[in-house]
Design a protein around this ligand. Structure first.
Ligand code: RNT
Ligand code: ZN
Length: 424
């Protein structure tokens, strides 16, 4: 058993931390209140290795891969919702769910993706409503015979293109229905796998086809109070190492021109490239953005989010730039080699911890040092901040939110594993 500190220990440590931060002009209770108002969008697909419930025997495709065979993966929507309930119980705050179209519930009927309708997600919507989760949505343009060529919206084949256009249109309407039912805007994010393993002879035409497909998908205006559209680019995938049609530049241009959201996935750039610096640049020209927090490791863009420098830099940019109301924060990774609920919870808690650390910065003081050109003191203060007792503030926040503090988290994960996952 992992022991968590006593309530008194947590409160005493918090009182000391509060004083310490107050000495720098930082109000810890304000940081905590700000953190509590941030909703992360948890990705449903961590719970079953991006399998979905279509049961057509399709392997995961599209240049993404979930490796590992940790027992207990969710086999149906009921199990997945149960696992999500457990994950949310361990994450402080109130959070959203990011759903993929391949998680439709069709009662055993074979419903093609271009024929999906809100009723196929009724159980998700009811569950979200009952548990106060907003919903976000994604068309699924992979793991399907019509994606077998590696091309979807940018396919040279008109029938294939049309099938996926219809799918994306259907998904926007489902997003709209979610927004209407739940009273919170759904972000529907389009990501496609289209690309080539080896050097293309023609990079231009697929991009033109993709632009035309997107134009058709987005032609119908939907009330932005219910649904907002986002587009997600990528540098390369497995089997699309030499060319990805929907690259970052492609979608940055598309998002600006067409006033849709730009999605930045932190695993979708060159290994040494971080998205932190991109935020203040792209947000000059796009109104809102969606983040897919992830962690790239060598060829994989989807490892569990850790408390890395990269993550901290992203959180700092969101807070320092005042972007929290314009940037929607989602998670996107899939690890099948560890307890899947722990993967959700560890990544989500890390994202929140990074945001808390950023919210605890003495931002006025840092800015003043910068404008006055005192870069020495700026460096000294930034380094000093890394050693301040922010962990005590985090523990106190967890206590107040009624979620486990520290490694006690693992007691709950283990108990759920024994009680529930072991039976699968
Ligand atoms: C893939 C993209 C995309 C997917 C999900 C499943 O590289 O990051 O967001 O991970 O749609
Ligand atoms: Zn992503």
């Amino acid at each position: 058993m992992n022991h968590s500190p006593s309530e008194k220990q947590i409160q005493d440590a918090y009182a000391l931390a509060q004083e310490r931060y107050a000495g720098l002009g930082v109000a810890t209770d304000r940081a905590i209140a700000a953190l509590a108002s941030i909703a992360l969008s948890l990705h449903c697909w961590q719970g079953d290795d991006v399998s979905g419930f279509e049961n057509r025997g399709e392997a995961l495709s599209g240049g993404i891969a979930a490796t590992g065979n940790y027992p207990g993966k969710a086999r149906n929507a009921g199990e997945l919702r149960g696992d999500l309930d457990q994950a949310y119980r361990l994450i402080p705050g109130q959070h959203r769910l990011n759903l993929h179209a391949l998680y439709a519930e069709t009662n055993g009927a074979r419903v093609e993706r271009n024929a999906l309708r809100p009723e196929h997600f009724a159980a998700w919507s009811e569950w979200a409503k009952a548990n106060h989760h907003g919903l976000d949505f994604n068309p699924s343009l992979f793991s399907h015979p019509n994606a077998a060529s590696g091309f979807t919206l940018a396919s040279y084949n008109k029938d294939i293109r049309n099938f996926w256009i219809e799918h994306c249109i259907a998904c926007r309407k489902i997003g709209e229905a979610f927004g209407r039912a739940l009273g919170t805007t759904c972000i529907t994010n389009i990501w496609i796998p289209d690309g080539l393993k080896d050097t293309p002879a023609n990079r231009r035409t697929p991009r033109e086809l993709l632009r035309n497909s997107l134009d058709t998908i987005l032609a119908e205006k939907i009330d932005p109070a219910f649904n907002l559209d986002a587009v997600e680019g990528k540098l390369f995938g497995l089997g699309s190492e030499s060319y990805v049609v929907g690259s970052h530049e492609f979608y940055l241009g598309y998002a600006i021109t067409n006033r849709v959201l730009l999605t930045l996935d932190s695993g979708h750039f060159h290994p040494t490239e971080t998205i932190a610096d991109k935020l203040s640049a792209v947000l000059m020209f796009v109104n809102e953005a969606l983040l897919h927090l992830s962690r790239g490791v060598r060829w994989d863009s989807d490892h569990v989010v850790t408390f890395s420098d990269d993550l901290q830099a992203i959180a700092q940019e969101l807070v320092r730039g005042g972007y929290l109301d314009r940037v929607h924060i989602g998670l996107d990774y899939f690890d099948a080699s560890i307890n899947r609920i722990a993967a959700w919870v560890i990544g989500a808690r890390n994202a929140l911890r990074a945001l808390l650390l950023a919210l605890l910065e003495p931002s006025d003081q840092l800015r003043l040092l910068e404008v006055t050109g005192d870069y020495t003191a700026r460096l000294a203060l930034l380094e000093e901040l890394k050693g301040l007792p922010f962990g005590a503030v985090w523990d106190y926040y967890c206590l107040r939110q009624g979620v486990p503090v520290g490694m006690a988290l693992m007691n709950e994960i283990k108990a759920y594993e024994d009680r529930e996952l072991a039976k699968r």
